[in-house]
Design a protein around this ligand. Structure first.
Ligand code: GUN
Length: 291
């Protein structure tokens, strides 16, 4: 069994990006600048956003973190977005999700200039992705494509089963892997909570992307020998023996499934670290495209 090491792979990608930044500096060109807006004080979201900002600093990007209070109105948030849209120094920015209930998420995502939408969440960019046109591929599916590519995992003609139809992961993943592209050309089955006899489908899979958000959902008896497993799940489960009181658990019962898998991503240290590296990659791309 080969562990698909997202931590190591993301470090490699960040090193490649850092070298490109040095090259930009040598040529006296502008370095990429990523901004992030976060509304409220959700612990997990703050951790993620801080990790994104820190990653920018490590590769030599500029970064700006805009923290807004929980009670920020939709109008105030849209105003902040507009400021970033017109700021020539900002190449790309993200609005960390989820947003407080009183703010319409779709309205917010649509307000982001599609050319600065490094999360790839604007409907224009989602549409371009569906049409296989150049766009910002959102970080998690982009990271999975990159991981498959760097570990030379053949996808062409393979049976891929995606579990979960979220707009951020399952849906774009199923579209991308079915497309005519370098990592693609697969026969994809997108499954979800209404799917009947899921185990019958997953047992036929050469590659499984588990992205439903239920800890240890995919069991050993649901997969065939030699399967490639991409575990996108990351749930905090209470664990008194841990320093911070919780441990991170994926959507896959790792011990059982890893006995049958040819390749598997660990949690943590698999897909998670890849997402930040791909956000940086999109920001570099935005910087190159916008000038
Ligand atoms: N919340 C969870 N994942 C993401 C992401 O990729 N981008 C943003 N903006 N918020 C998130």
């Amino acid at each position: 069994m080969i562990l698909l090491d997202g931590k190591k792979t993301s470090a490699d990608i960040k090193e490649e990006i850092a070298l490109e930044v040095i090259e930009l500096k040598n040529q006296e060109k502008k370095v990429p600048h990523l901004a992030a807006i976060i509304v409220g004080n959700d612990g997990a979201s703050l951790t993620y956003v801080n990790a994104k900002v820190k990653a920018c600093e490590r590769v030599g990007f500029e970064s700006t973190l805009i923290r807004l209070p929980e009670e920020t109105s939709e109008e105030e948030l849209l105003n902040e977005i507009n400021i970033l849209n017109v700021d020539k120094d900002i190449d790309g920015f993200i609005v960390q999700l989820p947003l407080p209930d009183h703010i319409d998420e779709q309205k917010v995502l649509m307000a982001v200039d599609p050319d600065k939408d490094v999360d790839g969440f604007h409907p224009m960019n989602v549409g371009k992705l569906a049409l296989n046109l150049p766009t910002f591929i959102s970080a998690t599916p982009f990271g999975i494509l990159e991981l498959l590519e760097r570990y030379n995992i053949e996808t062409s003609g393979k049976n891929v089963v995606v579990i979960g139809r979220s707009h951020i992961v399952g849906s774009p993943m199923s579209i991308l892997l079915s497309q005519k592209r370098n990592v693609g050309n697969a026969t994809v089955t997108l499954t979800h909570s209404r799917t009947k006899d899921l185990a019958k489908i997953t047992k036929e899979a050469d590659i499984i992307v588990a992205a439903l958000g239920i800890p240890e959902f995919l069991k050993g008896d649901m997969v065939k020998d030699g399967v490639v497993i991409i575990d996108v799940g990351i749930t905090r489960v209470a664990d008194a023996s841990k320093k911070n009181g919780f441990r991170l658990v994926g959507d896959v019962a790792f011990n059982e499934v890893s006995e049958k898998a040819s390749h598997i991503t660990p949690v943590p240290g698999g897909v998670g670290p890849m997402t930040i590296a791909m956000l940086l990659k999109n920001t570099l791309l935005a910087c190159e495209r916008n000038r």
